[in-house]
Ligand binder design. Sequence first.
Ligand SMILES: Nc1ncnc2c1ncn2[C@@H]1O[C@H](COP(=O)(O)OP(=O)(O)O)[C@@H](O)[C@H]1O
Ligand SMILES: [Mg+2]
Length: 226
Amino acid sequence: MNKIYGEGDTKVHALVDVSFSVKKGEFVLVVGSSGSGKSTLLNMIGLLDRPTNGQVSIDGTNTTTLSDDQISSFRNSKLGFIFQSSNLLTDLTVLENTLLPRNIQHTDQNAMNEAINLLKAVGLGDQMNKRANKISGGQAQRAAIARGLVNKPSIVLADEPTGNLDSVTAETIIQLMKSMAEKLGQTFIVVTHDRHQFGEVDRIITIRDGRAFEGEDPPRKMEIKV
Ligand SMILES: Nc1ncnc2c1ncn2[C@@H]1O[C@H](COP(=O)(O)OP(=O)(O)O)[C@@H](O)[C@H]1O
Ligand SMILES: [Mg+2]
Protein backbone atom coordinates (compact mmCIF):
# COMPACT_ATOMS: atom_id res chain seq x y z
CA MET A 1 0.00 0.00 0.00
CA ASN A 2 1.18 3.53 -0.77
CA LYS A 3 0.04 6.94 0.44
CA ILE A 4 1.10 10.08 -1.36
CA TYR A 5 0.00 13.49 -0.14
CA GLY A 6 -0.10 16.50 -2.46
CA GLU A 7 1.34 16.91 -5.94
CA GLY A 8 4.37 18.35 -7.69
CA ASP A 9 6.79 20.21 -5.44
CA THR A 10 4.75 19.55 -2.30
CA LYS A 11 4.35 15.83 -2.94
CA VAL A 12 5.07 13.64 0.10
CA HIS A 13 5.37 9.88 -0.26
CA ALA A 14 4.20 9.16 3.30
CA LEU A 15 3.86 5.36 3.01
CA VAL A 16 6.02 3.35 0.62
CA ASP A 17 5.02 -0.21 -0.35
CA VAL A 18 3.80 -1.00 3.16
CA SER A 19 2.53 -4.55 3.54
CA PHE A 20 1.75 -6.61 6.63
CA SER A 21 -1.08 -8.45 8.32
CA VAL A 22 -2.13 -8.53 11.93
CA LYS A 23 -3.57 -11.58 13.67
CA LYS A 24 -6.68 -11.46 15.81
CA GLY A 25 -5.79 -10.70 19.42
CA GLU A 26 -2.32 -9.36 18.67
CA PHE A 27 -1.02 -6.33 20.55
CA VAL A 28 1.05 -4.51 17.94
CA LEU A 29 3.21 -1.50 18.61
CA VAL A 30 4.00 0.79 15.66
CA VAL A 31 7.16 2.75 16.39
CA GLY A 32 9.18 5.31 14.48
CA SER A 33 10.42 8.86 14.74
CA SER A 34 8.28 11.93 14.20
CA GLY A 35 7.20 12.32 10.58
CA SER A 36 8.01 8.70 9.66
CA GLY A 37 4.39 7.92 8.68
CA LYS A 38 2.89 6.30 11.79
CA SER A 39 -0.28 8.40 11.93
CA THR A 40 -0.73 8.06 8.18
CA LEU A 41 -0.59 4.29 8.55
CA LEU A 42 -3.10 4.34 11.42
CA ASN A 43 -5.42 6.60 9.41
CA MET A 44 -5.34 4.09 6.55
CA ILE A 45 -6.07 1.13 8.84
CA GLY A 46 -8.74 3.21 10.62
CA LEU A 47 -10.40 4.03 7.28
CA LEU A 48 -10.16 7.74 8.06
CA ASP A 49 -8.41 8.25 4.73
CA ARG A 50 -7.83 6.10 1.65
CA PRO A 51 -4.48 4.85 0.39
CA THR A 52 -3.25 6.23 -2.97
CA ASN A 53 -2.97 2.65 -4.10
CA GLY A 54 -3.17 -0.77 -2.52
CA GLN A 55 -5.80 -2.01 -0.13
CA VAL A 56 -6.74 -2.42 3.51
CA SER A 57 -8.59 -5.64 4.36
CA ILE A 58 -10.30 -6.01 7.71
CA ASP A 59 -11.98 -9.23 8.82
CA GLY A 60 -11.90 -10.45 5.22
CA THR A 61 -13.44 -7.31 3.69
CA ASN A 62 -11.41 -5.41 1.12
CA THR A 63 -12.39 -1.93 2.29
CA THR A 64 -11.17 -0.20 -0.88
CA THR A 65 -14.27 -1.49 -2.68
CA LEU A 66 -16.66 0.14 -0.18
CA SER A 67 -18.46 3.46 -0.73
CA ASP A 68 -17.89 6.32 1.71
CA ASP A 69 -21.20 5.53 3.48
CA GLN A 70 -20.30 1.86 3.74
CA ILE A 71 -16.88 2.84 5.07
CA SER A 72 -18.47 4.95 7.83
CA SER A 73 -20.71 2.19 9.08
CA PHE A 74 -17.92 -0.39 8.72
CA ARG A 75 -15.67 1.88 10.77
CA ASN A 76 -18.28 2.37 13.49
CA SER A 77 -18.94 -1.32 13.86
CA LYS A 78 -15.43 -2.74 13.44
CA LEU A 79 -13.00 -0.17 14.78
CA GLY A 80 -12.36 1.57 18.07
CA PHE A 81 -10.21 4.69 18.36
CA ILE A 82 -8.08 6.14 21.13
CA PHE A 83 -6.32 9.40 20.27
CA GLN A 84 -3.58 11.43 21.90
CA SER A 85 -6.09 13.72 23.55
CA SER A 86 -9.18 12.08 24.94
CA ASN A 87 -11.56 14.36 22.95
CA LEU A 88 -14.32 13.92 25.50
CA LEU A 89 -17.34 16.21 25.11
CA THR A 90 -17.21 18.40 28.18
CA ASP A 91 -20.99 18.94 28.43
CA LEU A 92 -21.58 15.21 28.77
CA THR A 93 -20.89 12.90 31.67
CA VAL A 94 -18.13 10.30 31.55
CA LEU A 95 -20.76 7.60 31.03
CA GLU A 96 -22.48 9.53 28.22
CA ASN A 97 -19.13 10.05 26.52
CA THR A 98 -18.40 6.34 26.76
CA LEU A 99 -21.74 5.57 25.12
CA LEU A 100 -21.20 7.89 22.12
CA PRO A 101 -19.99 5.22 19.68
CA ARG A 102 -22.99 3.06 20.57
CA ASN A 103 -25.51 5.84 19.91
CA ILE A 104 -24.21 6.16 16.37
CA GLN A 105 -25.11 2.54 15.80
CA HIS A 106 -28.53 2.61 17.54
CA THR A 107 -27.71 -0.66 19.24
CA ASP A 108 -29.33 -2.63 22.03
CA GLN A 109 -30.28 -1.64 25.55
CA ASN A 110 -27.35 -3.61 26.96
CA ALA A 111 -25.10 -0.75 25.86
CA MET A 112 -25.56 1.04 29.17
CA ASN A 113 -24.54 -2.00 31.23
CA GLU A 114 -21.59 -2.69 29.02
CA ALA A 115 -20.40 0.90 29.24
CA ILE A 116 -20.72 0.80 33.03
CA ASN A 117 -18.78 -2.46 33.20
CA LEU A 118 -16.04 -1.03 31.01
CA LEU A 119 -15.82 2.12 33.14
CA LYS A 120 -15.49 -0.06 36.24
CA ALA A 121 -12.78 -2.08 34.48
CA VAL A 122 -10.78 1.06 33.69
CA GLY A 123 -11.09 2.27 37.27
CA LEU A 124 -13.77 4.95 36.77
CA GLY A 125 -16.64 3.20 38.53
CA ASP A 126 -17.04 6.13 40.93
CA GLN A 127 -16.52 8.89 38.32
CA MET A 128 -18.98 7.99 35.61
CA ASN A 129 -21.67 10.51 36.43
CA LYS A 130 -19.24 13.42 36.59
CA ARG A 131 -19.01 15.81 33.70
CA ALA A 132 -16.00 15.15 31.51
CA ASN A 133 -14.42 18.50 32.39
CA LYS A 134 -14.38 17.59 36.10
CA ILE A 135 -11.92 14.69 35.83
CA SER A 136 -8.13 14.58 35.46
CA GLY A 137 -6.22 14.02 32.22
CA GLY A 138 -5.38 10.45 33.20
CA GLN A 139 -9.00 9.73 34.05
CA ALA A 140 -10.11 11.26 30.74
CA GLN A 141 -7.76 8.95 28.88
CA ARG A 142 -9.17 5.98 30.84
CA ALA A 143 -12.63 7.07 29.73
CA ALA A 144 -11.35 7.32 26.15
CA ILE A 145 -10.17 3.70 26.39
CA ALA A 146 -13.62 2.60 27.62
CA ARG A 147 -15.21 4.57 24.77
CA GLY A 148 -12.82 2.93 22.28
CA LEU A 149 -13.89 -0.52 23.49
CA VAL A 150 -17.64 -0.04 23.93
CA ASN A 151 -18.49 -1.12 20.38
CA LYS A 152 -16.64 -4.39 20.86
CA PRO A 153 -14.53 -3.44 17.84
CA SER A 154 -12.48 -5.99 15.94
CA ILE A 155 -9.49 -3.68 16.19
CA VAL A 156 -8.61 -0.91 18.61
CA LEU A 157 -6.38 1.78 17.10
CA ALA A 158 -4.46 4.16 19.33
CA ASP A 159 -2.29 7.05 18.13
CA GLU A 160 0.19 8.20 20.78
CA PRO A 161 -2.39 7.51 23.50
CA THR A 162 -0.04 8.60 26.28
CA GLY A 163 1.47 11.56 24.42
CA ASN A 164 -0.24 14.15 26.63
CA LEU A 165 0.34 12.41 29.96
CA ASP A 166 3.14 12.55 32.50
CA SER A 167 5.26 9.42 32.61
CA VAL A 168 3.68 7.95 35.76
CA THR A 169 0.14 8.35 34.42
CA ALA A 170 1.32 7.11 31.03
CA GLU A 171 2.61 3.93 32.65
CA THR A 172 -0.77 3.16 34.25
CA ILE A 173 -2.62 3.84 30.99
CA ILE A 174 -0.28 1.49 29.09
CA GLN A 175 -0.73 -1.26 31.68
CA LEU A 176 -4.48 -0.73 31.44
CA MET A 177 -4.49 -1.07 27.65
CA LYS A 178 -2.38 -4.22 27.84
CA SER A 179 -4.59 -5.80 30.50
CA MET A 180 -7.80 -4.89 28.62
CA ALA A 181 -6.29 -6.36 25.45
CA GLU A 182 -5.54 -9.58 27.29
CA LYS A 183 -8.85 -9.76 29.15
CA LEU A 184 -10.96 -9.13 26.03
CA GLY A 185 -8.73 -10.94 23.52
CA GLN A 186 -8.73 -7.62 21.68
CA THR A 187 -6.52 -6.71 18.74
CA PHE A 188 -4.66 -3.46 19.50
CA ILE A 189 -2.53 -1.42 17.11
CA VAL A 190 -0.80 1.28 19.09
CA VAL A 191 1.40 4.03 17.66
CA THR A 192 4.14 5.45 19.86
CA HIS A 193 7.41 7.29 19.48
CA ASP A 194 8.42 5.96 22.90
CA ARG A 195 8.81 2.23 22.53
CA HIS A 196 10.36 1.78 26.00
CA GLN A 197 7.24 2.86 27.86
CA PHE A 198 5.45 -0.25 26.63
CA GLY A 199 7.66 -3.07 27.87
CA GLU A 200 6.86 -6.44 26.37
CA VAL A 201 4.35 -6.57 23.50
CA ASP A 202 3.35 -9.27 21.00
CA ARG A 203 4.87 -7.53 18.03
CA ILE A 204 6.65 -4.39 16.93
CA ILE A 205 6.49 -2.78 13.49
CA THR A 206 8.99 -0.01 12.82
CA ILE A 207 8.21 2.76 10.32
CA ARG A 208 11.19 4.55 8.82
CA ASP A 209 10.73 7.11 6.03
CA GLY A 210 7.35 5.60 5.20
CA ARG A 211 8.58 2.01 4.96
CA ALA A 212 7.49 -0.66 7.44
CA PHE A 213 9.86 -3.21 8.98
CA GLU A 214 9.16 -6.13 11.24
CA GLY A 215 10.75 -5.73 14.69
CA GLU A 216 12.70 -2.99 16.39
CA ASP A 217 15.45 -0.82 15.01
CA PRO A 218 18.73 -2.09 16.42
CA PRO A 219 20.21 0.30 18.98
CA ARG A 220 22.60 2.77 17.34
CA LYS A 221 26.31 2.52 18.11
CA MET A 222 27.59 5.44 20.14
CA GLU A 223 29.61 7.81 17.98
CA ILE A 224 30.43 10.19 20.76
CA LYS A 225 30.79 9.53 24.43
CA VAL A 226 31.34 12.30 26.93
N1 LIG B 1 -2.62 15.65 5.41
C1 LIG B 1 -1.34 15.72 5.02
N2 LIG B 1 -0.98 16.45 3.94
C2 LIG B 1 0.31 16.53 3.53
N3 LIG B 1 1.32 15.88 4.13
C3 LIG B 1 1.04 15.15 5.22
C4 LIG B 1 -0.30 15.03 5.73
N4 LIG B 1 -0.28 14.23 6.82
C5 LIG B 1 1.00 13.86 6.99
N5 LIG B 1 1.80 14.40 6.03
C6 LIG B 1 3.25 14.19 5.88
O1 LIG B 1 3.46 12.80 5.79
C7 LIG B 1 4.61 12.41 6.53
C8 LIG B 1 4.22 11.42 7.61
O2 LIG B 1 3.43 12.09 8.59
P1 LIG B 1 2.76 11.34 9.81
O3 LIG B 1 2.08 10.11 9.34
O4 LIG B 1 1.93 12.34 10.53
O5 LIG B 1 4.03 10.95 10.69
P2 LIG B 1 4.15 10.51 12.24
O6 LIG B 1 2.78 10.22 12.75
O7 LIG B 1 5.05 9.32 12.24
O8 LIG B 1 4.79 11.66 12.96
C9 LIG B 1 5.23 13.69 7.06
O9 LIG B 1 6.20 14.13 6.14
C10 LIG B 1 4.04 14.64 7.09
O10 LIG B 1 4.47 15.98 6.97
MG1 LIG C 1 1.71 11.01 14.37
